[in-house]
Design a protein around this ligand. Structure first.
Ligand code: ZN
Ligand code: ZN
Length: 597
């Protein structure tokens, strides 16, 4: 239904906006071929290794390999890369052949007797063709496509080794995943490696720990974040900001429970289409089964349905910071980007067909306003429309035409950068996904706005029209942040932990040089709070040297440090250190207040 959080890691912009799409591009074939080159080289060095799957991914490729009892680490990875260069320079032609199922089985058994490949062969639907690709001494069951020769794979690098379960299922054997990347040119490869280094410095998992934003506990369970006090401040500030904007724009806050009866989720279609993504159901006795909510929509619909609605009541806009739970395989959890419990800045708008264009535009306006405020100025929209040829989309042509026009018109009128992706609509209506380019050029898919004709139908929603007859409202789902978890991860990486003043968990830290200055530090804090009682101020009165205290607080990336010593006490000043501009010298308190307000 409405999968707000796609939960993918950021990708390079070049391939997101690629035309033709990445999967059909030469870069995709090149990376796939690099994965084969890597597998070939692995087998030359480790003849007993068993291959599983090796697909291209955003930014590169990997191969999952079963090394049995052999250990495989960074030094082995280096050897494989060396071997790859050798095999690439041999310029081996890559040949494709098509086999029958029996021939294919025979081939796998005579080749290396890979049990995994036999399993994969069984998975290929009977109507699909079965193909093998061969280069030199290496043959692999593979759908392709590939480049014509290993000599075309010039600019590649192996990156890391990780563990991965066969088929992503933690009940299965742990395999070794070898990650690498490949590009068309040396320059692109080099830039990517620089970006990777920069990304490492900004990693929200590392900064999250360093800045005291969030943590995970084995006892609580993987993918279930625990927000620490400083992370909670950022959450509260973000929620407060959005709540205020929403009230201005006619949204009404609602609160709904975390569980609901199974029947509700049958009606919504989630159990039919999204069961894999849901936590196991809770059965109290035969008559009642409860479900932990993966989405908020059905609850808001029930609120709508709690009263008779007339066209005069519409539009209705219900907003909730709703925490939802989705079952992700624990092997796939990655900091805040893939979690099992997260809070959406969710809202559902119920509108008449006539109101749809205006309301849709209003939602886009709010979204853009939010992004600009967060300093995320580099973004574009991906408009998912229907492929009129495909039959998976429900609803009449007219209904689709109106909705798609409303989206494109809103984008045009607001002069937004957008790209139409035909066929990428949800089955129940068109949508607009928000793509944000971060400070180092990676693209994050964040919030989305979706037009939905399906749920109103399923829940038999109505309002009385001007004609006195019952009509069906249209539902708009939207979440500008996507989720708080994802947004805070993005902001942390965007700002490398140095949050803008209004978001910083601690805005000012006062550093008394010695114990005798603590009292003055406290009076400085009182003075600041008098000027603005919402200021977030700390006093660091630890008995460390000043140098040590400064370094420690620099690590916390606090916007302002106020150092107070004898001279400051005597002159009633504070010595200001700006996070970006460094030492600003001593200033009277009111001058500092003017600086920050
Ligand atoms: Zn392949
Ligand atoms: Zn929804």
């Amino acid at each position: 239904m409405v999968y707000f959080q796609t939960q993918t890691v950021p990708i390079a912009e070049s391939q997101e906006r690629m035309d033709p799409p990445y999967e059909k591009s030469r870069l995709y074939a090149l990376r796939h071929s690099a994965a084969h080159l890597m597998a070939q080289s692995v087998l030359q060095l480790f003849p007993d290794a068993k291959l599983t799957i090796g697909p291209p991914i955003d930014n590169g490729f990997y191969y999952d390999i079963d090394f049995g009892d052999e250990t495989f680490g960074d030094s082995e990875l280096e050897r494989v890369e060396e071997k790859m260069r050798e095999n690439a320079s041999r310029d081996l032609p890559v040949a494709r052949e098509e086999l029958t199922r029996n021939e294919a089985k025979e081939r796998i058994l005579t080749l290396r007797q890979d049990p995994y490949k036999l399993e994969l062969l069984d998975d290929i639907p009977s109507e699909d063709e079965i193909t093998f690709y061969t280069q030199g001494d290496f043959t692999d069951l593979c759908r392709g496509p590939h480049v014509d020769s290993t000599g075309e794979i010039q600019h590649f690098k192996l990156l890391s080794v990780a563990g991965a379960y066969w088929r992503g299922d933690e009940k299965n054997k742990m395999l070794t995943r070898l990650y690498g990347t490949a590009f068309e040119t040396a320059e692109e490869l080099e830039q990517h490696l620089i970006n990777l280094k920069e990304a490492k410095k900004r990693d929200h998992r590392v900064l999250g720990r360093q800045l005291g934003l969030f943590t995970f506990s084995k006892s609580v369970g993987p993918g279930l974040p625990l927000w620490l006090p400083k992370g909670t401040i950022i959450r509260d500030v973000l929620c407060g900001f959005l709540k205020e904007e929403q009230v201005k724009r006619g949204y009404q806050p609602v609160v709904t429970p975390h569980i609901g009866k199974k029947e509700l989720w049958e009606k919504s279609g989630h159990i039919e289409t999204f069961k894999e993504g849901m936590f196991p159901f809770m059965e109290r006795d035969e008559s009642e089964t409860f479900v932990l909510k993966p989405m908020n929509c059905p609850f808001h619909i029930e609120i709508y349905k709690s009263e008779m609605r007339s066209y005069r009541d519409l539009p209705i806009r219900y907003a909730e910071f709703g925490t939802v739970y989705r079952y992700e395989q624990s092997g796939e959890l990655a900091g805040m980007l893939r979690v099992r419990g997260f809070t959406q800045d969710d809202a559902h708008l119920f509108v008449t067909p006539e109101q749809l264009p205006q309301e849709f535009k209003g939602v886009v306006e709010l979204t853009v306003f939010v992004l600009e405020k967060l300093g995320l100025k580099d973004y574009w929209m991906r408009v998912g429309t229907r492929d009129a040829e495909a039959d998976k989309f429900i609803g009449s042509d007219e209904v689709w035409r109106v909705a798609e026009e409303a989206i494109v018109k809103a984008c045009d009128e607001m002069k937004l950068d957008y790209r139409v992706d035909v066929g990428h609509a949800a089955f129940y209506g068109p949508k607009l996904d928000l793509m944000i380019r971060d400070a180092i050029g990676r693209v994050w898919q964040m919030g989305t706005i979706q037009v939905d004709y399906n749920l109103p139908e399923r829940f038999d929603m109505e309002y009385t029209g001007e004609d006195g007859k019952p009509h069906r409202p249209i539902l708009i789902h939207r979440a500008p942040f996507g989720s708080l978890e994802r947004m805070i991860a993005l902001l942390t990486e965007q700002y490398a932990g140095a949050f803008p003043f209004w978001l910083a968990p601690v805005q000012v830290v006062i550093l008394p040089i010695a114990d005798r200055h603590v009292e003055y530090a406290q009076s400085v804090r009182c003075g600041l709070l008098e000027a603005d009682q919402k200021l977030r101020i700390e006093i660091d009165d630890a008995r460390d040297t000043l140098g040590k205290k400064i370094r420690k607080n620099e690590m916390q990336k606090i916007p302002y440090m106020l150092i107070v010593g004898d001279k400051d006490v005597a002159n009633q000043t504070v010595s200001v250190r700006d996070r970006d501009d460094g030492d600003l010298g001593p200033k009277p308190l009111d001058e500092f207040v003017a600086l920050i307000s």
